[in-house]
Each structure stands twice: as C-alpha cells, then as structure tokens.
Ligand binder design. Sequence first.
Ligand code: C5P
Length: 384
Amino acid sequence: LSELRPWLSGGTAATAGGGGSTGGGAGAEKVGRVRCSRRVWVLLGSLALVFLTSLFFTISLRGGIGFNYLEPPGWEESRRVKLVPNYVGAHRLSPADTSQQKTCACSHCVGDPGISDWFDENYEPDISPVWTRDNIQLPSDVYYWWVMLQPQFKPHSIKQVLRKLFQVIPGRSPYGSWDPGRCLRCAVVGNSGNLRGSGYGATIDEHNYIMRINLAPTVGYEEDAGSHTTHHFMYPESAKNLAANVSFVLVPFKTLDLVWITSALSTGTIRFTYAPVKQFLRVDKDKVQIFNPAFFKYIHDRWTKHNGRYPSTGMLVLFFALHVCDEVNVFGFGADSRGNWHHYWEENRYSGEFRKTGVHDADYEAQIIQLLAKAGKITVFPGK
Ligand code: C5P
C-alpha cells in the first residue's frame, strides 16, 4: 500500500482537480479531494475484505471438511497426494535405457518392453498396487466406482479411517524399483482343483514370493500346492489367521473393510460386515498391506475391460505380481469341465454361481491369462 500511495494520491489529485474546476473555490476543491480519496480507500478496503474472505473459505473448505459419501475426493486435502509411490520414475527406465538394457536379471523380465504391443499398450508400471500413506487420496472416478462395489448405508470418512489404520500397520509399499541385477521370481497360486495330483509343490516352493488367495490351505496339500507362503490375499469375509512372516494383503471392497482390519488388529469391535467376520486376526501387523482401489480399477479398465462386475481375486493377485515381480509363474487357475471354479481341497458344489450373477467373467479372465502367456509375460502351469 505504501508503494501504491503516491500513485493513488496523484490519481485522486487529478480527479479532484477536475472536480475543483467545476466547483470553483480552493475550499471546495479540498473537500472534493478528501471525499474522493476516502472513496478510493473504501474501495481498496472492500477489495481486501473480499480477497481475505475468499482466502479464508478456500483454506477452511480444503482443510476442514471431512471425507464422506457426499464429497468428491478432490475436497479431501489441500495437498494433492500422488497416486503413485515414491519409486515412481525410478520404476520405468527411460526409452534409451530400455532399448539397451534388460529390466531384470531373469531370462524373461515382465518389465521388458518391445515383446508384445498389446501388453505394452495396457501395462502401467507406475500405478502402485499398494494403498499407502502416499496415495491415500483416490482419484474421483476410482472413488465413485470403488464405493459402489459393495455399497454401505453408514458413511465413513476414508481419510480418517486410513489414518487410524496406518497407526496400526506401516502403510508403506515394501516394493522397490526394477533392478537389472535382480531376478524376483513369483508364484501366483490360485485355488483351482487342477492342482490336485499335479505334483507342483516343490516347483512352487522354489519361488521368492509365493502368493496365495482366500482360504487356500497348504497343510496336507504340500505335494501339489507347496508349503511356503510369502503373501496371502484375502477380503474380510474370507480372512483367516496366518503364519508369522506372511504378508496379509487385504483386498478391500468397502470402507468398512478398512475399519474391520483396524479393529481386528486392535480392539475387536467389528464382528459382522454383510457376513460374520473374524473379531481378531492373528497376522504379522508389520506385514499387512492394503490393495489399492486405483489398481483394482486399473485392472478392471485396462485388462478385464469391464467383463464381469469386477475382476476375480485371482486376477487381482496375478496383476499385483506383474507389477512387483520380474518373473511370474501361474499355478491353480482354471475351471473344471463344467465351467466351475472348483477347489483343490474340497468339493465346492456351488462354485459356478458367479456365472449366473455376472460378478466375474471366468471365460474372459481365462483368455487374458492365455494372452499373457502368449506374450511371454507369464508361464502357466496347467495342472491336471
Ligand atoms: O475360489 P477362490 O475365489 O478362493 O479362488 C481364488 C482364485 O483362483 C479365483 O479368484 C480365481 O481367479 C482362481 N480360480 C480359478 N479356477 C478355479 C478356482 C479358482 O481360476 N477352479
């Protein structure tokens, strides 16, 4: 303002001079000048007031309002949190690098470009499969898609729920970037009955990461399904206690699932979602990870292409592996001759139900698995 003052007084003097010539006398000129300068100050004051009020509202709306069903996620935080984790950029080698260099030390690396156009067009190496402190905020399209998967009547603030959860579990991605000196071999083990009598156990156990799903047992099935597990993917209604050193990866379908895992690792207040759930869960808290809804939608959009209401847990795990591993080998995927998703440990009579409901598209998923194998990105062990 002090810098503006000479300019303002010059301006007011000129205007007042004009006014004075109409009024005639020096007194009238002075009064006119004072009035005019007052008006300018009033105008300036009003402008400052408007500016400060809008600034105040911007800050309070961004920082002060919670996050519930009525608010688009963009309102959640003033700081836009990136969808991708810290290793972004480091993960993808520059085109010059990739033409010269392999992304890993295995004989075939998932990340190597130029092998399949279909794969390269759809593969997005920078989306984090894990929901962490760094990508709490979901893009609005992801948010609205995800909350409709299993709609809830009682709204929860995602931001608050995740903040509480990340006081109990690390909330960080443990996965690093590609390293031409590394060969991280992963076995994705589905629950198909085709594992029965396959004798794959020893082959599965040779992998660095062994990923299992839902109820998958190993005790008593070692010869066909292996005995080691590094990652176990479950949703609340399928969750079971895990051995020490196994990473529990929660696949959440609703905010209540995040409330449940926080409770199951601490106070035990939640016992029911749409079905009974474990009140307490015995798993290694430091190894719990949350499947990122943005990654979930990416698989639905890019890979299963909206066939089925959402991808099966097996598909989610397969693509998780394709984004954290260098080599991916697939076991225990495939329906029986009648198209049922039978299990290797039981006779599950109603395993074809999802076909009627349209929740998953088993045929489309089977085609994707074949295409990935054809593209040299995975090896499928077909079983018996
Ligand atoms: O039956 P459940 O969902 O626990 O199985 C885990 C995953 O294994 C499924 O989501 C599906 O992708 C895969 N599966 C399969 N063929 C079967 C059984 C399961 O491909 N017969």
